[in-house]
Design a protein around this ligand. Structure first.
Ligand code: ACO
Length: 374
């Protein structure tokens, strides 16, 4: 095996087929089940997109009504899970809380190891319905606040705001959040989805695959970038300081969070839509200083490196303006990506091959263990 045979980071390697989404690098396009993501964000709710990702078609009004009723009916989490969340250290990263909760849902599901389309869909829908409640309970406990129970009267996004803040913000804020959920829902064989598929390929269960995917998403080179972007913008402070901050970061060979992408090299297809949602949030909150900083930073960095923003660049500051704590941004990403992960888990199960690549050994040559007398 030569160095050329080694595909470090699996860059450029096609490992399987998928019908869930298509990313076209050359045209910077992303489609879910054939529909451009921008059109879905403009015309659909996250609930409709979740249905599409799992079923392959957008729901009819009747199908949507049944689907949303099932989601609303499953939002409450059991008291033992609330107690488990409350028992975790308040200074732990919220992604550890979400991961623990995903594992818990597997532990208490007597059908955790039952496969097949119906059982899988039931598990996927339950996690989709309960993850917002889990994230909201964790968000509130860190402020010393009691949980706010979910309500069946509100849509997915509005109910999440209600559970976190005990109030529902203006319609345009709820809509911006919904758009972010649609954009985050699915993205082919990204690191966390691939992790879920690797775990599934061993014929392990859906909860284990999701818990593993949450671990992969946590890293700042992947989902953790949305919170890292906000931390970075806060550290920079104001637009006039962006250039000097970038000088120093590049001198130190740091990666600039929210920029660059393994697949998109000329700009992330989701960014224009999320940037517009961020601008709507800026308008709703009158946060022009943040927009000035955002623009100055982007213009400077893109001008120097020709490396473009990814979805996390606009979504981080948008979530900040919605009022969410920065460490909760990646758990919010989990709430969206649970749809894509579980669709891929089902696809992997339906046509499985154990994922087990090879490695090229470059360690010590074979040698003998020294005997005691040596
Ligand atoms: N800041 C500075 N330099 C960068 C950045 C960045 N954000 N992204 C890429 N580069 C540079 C690299 O240093 C490298 O330069 P070199 O060739 O001189 O060594 C070159 O561009 C190629 O970069 P790689 O890291 O090899 O490209 P890869 O495809 O592996 O990386 C990645 C993609 C990991 C996303 C990278 O761009 C990065 O670290 N970005 C910052 C983290 C981030 O925003 N992640 C979110 C991804 S999107 C998502 O998960 C929703």
């Amino acid at each position: 095996m030569t160095d050329q045979d080694i595909k470090k980071g699996l860059a450029g390697v096609v490992v399987d087929t998928t019908k869930v989404s298509k990313v076209v690098q050359e045209t910077n396009s992303l489609t879910y089940r054939g529909y451009p993501v921008q059109e879905l964000a403009a015309n659909c709710s996250f609930e409709e997109v979740a249905y599409l990702i799992w079923h392959g078609e957008l729901p009819t009004p009747e199908q949507l009504a049944e689907f949303t009723a099932r989601e609303r009916g499953q939002r409450a989490i059991d008291q033992k899970l609330i107690d488990l969340i409350l028992s975790l250290p308040t200074d732990c990263h919220p992604m550890h809380v979400v991961q623990t909760a995903a594992a818990y849902l597997g532990a208490v599901d007597p059908e955790a190891d039952v496969e097949g389309p119906e059982a899988n869909l039931a598990k996927a829908e339950r996690m989709y319905a309960q993850l917002p409640t889990i994230v909201a309970v964790d968000h509130r406990r860190r402020h010393g606040l009691d949980p706010v129970a979910p309500t069946e009267d509100l849509g997915y996004a509005a109910n999440f705001f209600k559970m976190v803040f005990d109030e529902v913000p203006a319609e345009e804020v709820v809509r911006c959040f919904d758009v972010s959920m649609i954009l985050y829902a699915e993205h082919s064989f990204n690191a966390s989805t691939f992790t879920a598929r690797v775990i599934t390929s061993t014929t392990s269960d859906m909860y284990s695959a999701v818990a593993g995917a949450i671990g992969a998403l946590k890293g700042p080179l992947h989902g953790g970038a949305n919170e890292a972007v906000m931390a970075m913008l806060e550290e920079v402070g104001t637009a006039d300081k962006a250039s000097a901050w970038i000088d120093k970061a590049l001198e130190n060979k740091e990666k600039i969070m929210g920029f660059g992408h393994r697949v998109y090299k000329n700009g992330d297809s989701r960014v224009p839509t999320m940037r517009k949602a961020f601008e709507d949030m800026v308008e709703a909150k009158g946060a022009t200083d943040l927009l000035d900083l955002y623009n100055a930073f982007e213009e400077d960095f893109v001008g120097r490196k020709g490396i473009y923003p990814n979805l996390d660049y606009p979504s981080g500051p948008a979530y900040h303006l919605m009022g969410f704590d920065t460490p909760q941004f990646t758990p919010i990403f989990v709430m969206a990506r649970i749809t894509g992960w579980t669709a891929h888990i089902m696809e992997q199960q339906a046509s499985n091959a154990l994922i087990r690549p090879l490695s090229a050994y470059d360690g010590e040559e074979q040698r003998s263990v020294p005997t005691k007398s040596d």
